[in-house]
Write a protein that binds this ligand. Structure first.
Ligand SMILES: Cc1cc2nc3c(=O)[nH]c(=O)nc-3n(C[C@H](O)[C@H](O)[C@H](O)COP(=O)(O)O)c2cc1C
Length: 144
């Protein structure tokens, strides 16, 4: 089992509807392929961690990297992990209209994202914390 972490920039800001569609589509497709992980989005900044078998996530990463919705895709990690750190696939972002999102499965507000799992090595946890900070800024934990 491997994980891949990357960062990118949205080509244009993603609307609530864009994000919701991406969440729905990814939850469905990733569950089919036993891919888990999390995507962070804020003001055009994107970071994502995907975990699964290399035979699945390497081609998935190629497909994601070629997706016209984002650019400047930079891979930060692609390496074996001893266990999954995420039980399914989820996304964290600030919707413009919070109402419809409260009950959406797999959705977190940035400050609700669970602590970086202890299943990650210290080096991997550092990468996840750094990309999270790069997307949401350093104040996310104190925002309500
Ligand atoms: C930021 C971003 C993250 C994405 N993450 C995933 C993902 O985790 N899983 C997935 O199946 N598709 C993901 N996609 C969508 C893929 O790029 C692609 O559109 C989708 O897999 C459909 O491909 P297909 O038309 O070849 O079936 C993501 C797209 C973007 C822009």
């Amino acid at each position: 089992m491997n994980h891949i972490v990357y960062m990118s920039r949205a080509v244009r800001p993603l609307s609530d509807q864009d994000l919701k569609e991406l969440l729905d589509q990814c939850r469905r497709d990733n569950a089919l392929h036993e891919v888990t992980g999390i995507l962070f989005y804020s003001h055009g900044h994107i970071a994502q961690l995907i975990e699964g078998e290399p035979s699945i996530i390497d081609p998935l990463y190629e497909k994601i990297a070629a997706d016209g919705r984002h650019s400047h895709v930079m891979q930060l990690a692609n390496k074996p992990i001893s266990a999954r750190s995420f039980s399914d696939w989820s996304m964290a972002f600030h919707p413009l209209e919070a109402e419809g999102f409260k009950t959406l499965e797999g959705f977190f507000l940035p400050h609700q994202v669970p602590q970086t799992p202890e299943t990650l090595t210290i080096a991997d946890a550092l990468i996840v914390d750094l990309v999270r900070q790069a997307v949401f800024g350093p104040q996310q934990d104190t925002l309500v």
